[in-house]
Design a protein around this ligand. Structure first.
Ligand code: NAD
Ligand code: SER
Length: 320
């Protein structure tokens, strides 16, 4: 990667991926774009532009004018929000992503596509979920992810577009809030633990889902996009995960630092049903073997880092 356009840059991933890419490739080499106005570091730390990914001409002009060799396509509508608005989820997640593929083809750019554990469904083996297995998701978000995994492979095979993707698990981070997903509880729990010392989970006790700390997700994007293509047997998309967690497990880890932390439950039937349709734990051996995926954070080290950063932010806000 030398010159990179990031779509959906204002979201949970983009807010940290854009500064990360700018540190590696240079501030002027990374163009941050989003439908929403870009603010703070995203706007001040390098070039930025407004872009609706469904606008093919604007998208293509922007990638051409920037002379981008890579598109990191993060624009999307997450799982729970998507269940509330089928038309919007389909339009952005499918039509907007097909536009990204067409632009990549036209401008001869590589394309990163973020798939998800949502690309699996109730018929998928739930533990040690293989790289290649049954994919019959039951959400519009998941159906869109499978469709795009297949289309990314098709554009690679048919047109030679360098498409690569990751099936992200729930990503836990402290910078930008999550955007309406099912795994959002695993982010909120840390914020509420530091702010109020308690959290009410909308996901039920004993519900395991794959998770990963954001620094490992950022490294995984760069690791995959910089991988030697001759080593890639798979492309769209690789299973990646660092831990399989349920709400009590996270609460227990928080409790080792904040002993008075209290977790209770008010389960949301929609998000609980989505969570139950996803695997408990992925097999990530293809990612390890084909491009060296090696996450650094486990539950203990992630929890220590999250709490220390959220505490520092709280102190700063109190003294401002
Ligand atoms: P997010 O909801 O935080 O951010 C998505 C961004 O896309 C927002 O800033 C939004 O303004 C923008 N957007 C929406 N519609 C747009 C449009 N028409 N044109 C341009 N921008 C538009 O999401 P995120 O968590 O940063 O996720 C980014 C991608 O990664 C998504 O495709 C998501 O499905 C995928 N993913 C995320 C996770 C996770 O845990 N965060 C897990 C698996 C996959
Ligand atoms: N974190 C995402 C969601 O819950 C998984 O793709 O929607």
């Amino acid at each position: 990667m030398k010159r990179i356009v990031v779509t959906g840059a204002s979201g949970q991933i983009g807010s940290e991926l854009v500064p990360h890419l700018r540190r590696i490739y240079g501030a002027e080499a990374v163009l941050a774009t989003d439908l929403r106005p870009l603010k703070g570091l995203l706007a001040e730390g390098g070039p930025s532009a407004s872009l609706d990914v469904r606008d093919g001409k604007a998208f293509s002009d922007l990638v051409g004018a920037f002379r981008a060799d890579t598109i990191i396509h993060l624009a999307g509508i997450l799982s729970a929000r998507g269940e509330g608005d089928f038309a919007l989820a389909w339009d952005v997640n499918v039509n907007g992503s097909i536009t990204a593929l067409e632009v990549a083809r036209e401008r001869e750019a590589a394309l990163f596509f973020p798939s998800s554990i949502a690309a699996f469904g109730p018929a998928t083996p739930p533990t040690g979920t293989p790289q290649d297995t049954i994919q019959r998701p039951t959400t519009v978000y998941g159906v869109a992810k499978v469709s795009l995994e297949l289309l990314c492979d098709y554009f690679h095979l048919k047109f030679g577009v360098d498409t690569r993707g990751l099936r992200f698990p729930g990503l836990i981070s402290h910078e930008a809030p999550p955007g309406g997903g099912t795994t959002d509880y695993a982010v909120h729990i840390y914020h509420e633990a530091v702010e109020r010392g308690r959290y009410t989970s909308f996901i039920a006790a004993g519900t395991f889902l794959d998770m990963m700390y954001m620094p490992d997700a950022l490294d995984a994007v760069v690791g995959l996009m910089e991988a030697d293509p001759s080593r890639l047997i798979h492309r769209n998309a690789f299973n990646v995960s660092a831990m399989s967690l349920d709400p009590e497990g996270i609460a227990a880890a928080i409790g080792t630092i904040l002993p008075h932390f209290v977790l209770d439950y008010d389960v949301d039937p929609l998000r609980q049903a989505i969570a139950r349709s996803w695997p408990d734990s992925l097999d990530c051996s293809a990612a390890r073997e084909e491009w060296g995926f090696a996450p650094r954070y486990d539950l203990k080290t992630m929890t220590e880092d999250m709490i220390s950063r959220l505490r520092a932010r709280k102190r700063k806000a109190l003294t401002a």
